[in-house]
Design a protein around this ligand. Sequence first.
Ligand code: GRF
Length: 232
Amino acid sequence: MTSITPFRPVPVPFARPIRLGVLISGGGSTLLNFLEKIDSGELSAEVPLVIASRPDCAGVSRARSAGLDCDVVERKSFPGTVEFSQAIFSKCRRARVELVTLAGFLNLIEVPDDFRYRVMNIHPALIPSFCGQGFYGHKVHEAVLAHGAKVSGCTVHFADNQYDHGPIILQSCVAVADDDTPQTLAARVFAAECQTYPEAIRLYAAGRLEITGQRARVVPARRTAASKEETE
Ligand code: GRF
């Protein structure tokens, strides 16, 4: 899933709120952060669809209380990852989702061709450290502390068909304190996530991400006719 020549997933910036699909498996804290940022005007987006992989996760009731459409798609209802993913992406197509955001989604998915570079994930550590299968929730922060790492952080990346893999869009670092517990570190990392994930979505919607092979880079904002005039 790589392109050798530079590729812009969004060649023309969105002139209206981007339609996000949000996939969750747990508390939906990242979803709630998106909603806060949308409400405050910091993120120009709408959430026409939430998909939860667990019927009983707190995120389902939180999404519905916020008035969002929330479907449950359980991995165990399907023979394999391919069929599970087809069910998810069919719903996304039907809801005219433009960018799928994995937000504490714990299942592996297979990204279909028409959603290539249209699926983002956030991981609560600095990829390629402390990531991959089994590294989720507090297990990530426990591993960081057990290793004695002095920094951690979060990574937003395009998702491909492997856990925590695919071109990295943004990373933010946080310091690890000597007296950190998995809980205190998680809180510091989550505060960084709350800024970094919306920023990655903004850059995407602004057409400012360009991918070459495994590398995603942020290209400078295009000058509009109005801003050109101002500087001339
Ligand atoms: C986020 O911290 C993110 O880093 C990770 O899952 C967390 C959200 O989980 N992928 P939850 O929905 O609050 O359980």
